[in-house]
Design a protein around this ligand. Structure first.
Ligand SMILES: *[C@@H]1O[C@H](CO)[C@@H](O)[C@H](O)[C@H]1NC(C)=O
Length: 108
């Protein structure tokens, strides 16, 4: 019985973690950019941060990975460029009253 409850809790935690955003191919590609984006929590506020990467050598981006390091209900989107472009702009938004803690990686 206790195990069943534990299992349900675990499944809930896993399914609540929908904050990661992975597009394109990140597995067989070369990582050209890696940055941790951190913003502390402000009560009742959502922290929003945008980050732009432009490839200086004009290589085409093959994959973008934005991972939520806090397993919160934050969200991340690509607002400009991305796979097939030389640049990408990622917009990250924290859960209300929560910190923002993302790991952004770009692959070519
Ligand atoms: C990303 O897009 C979804 C769906 O349009 C939206 O609900 C969410 O708030 C957006 N997140 C950010 C960080 O812009």
């Amino acid at each position: 019985m206790r195990l069943a409850i534990l299992l349900i809790v675990f499944v809930c935690i896993v399914s609540a973690n929908a904050a990661d955003m992975i597009v394109g191919d990140t597995v067989h590609r070369k990582m050209v950019f890696h940055q941790r984006v951190k913003e502390f929590a402000i009560p009742f506020k959502k922290r929003i941060k945008t980050l732009t990467y432009v490839d200086a050598e004009k290589r085409m981006i093959k994959g973008v990975q934005v991972l939520d390091a806090d397993f919160s209900l934050a969200s991340a989107n690509i607002t400009e460029g991305g796979v097939g472009f030389h640049h990408v702009t990622v917009r990250m938004k924290s859960q209300r009253s929560h910190p923002l803690n993302y790991e952004v990686e770009v692959y070519v």
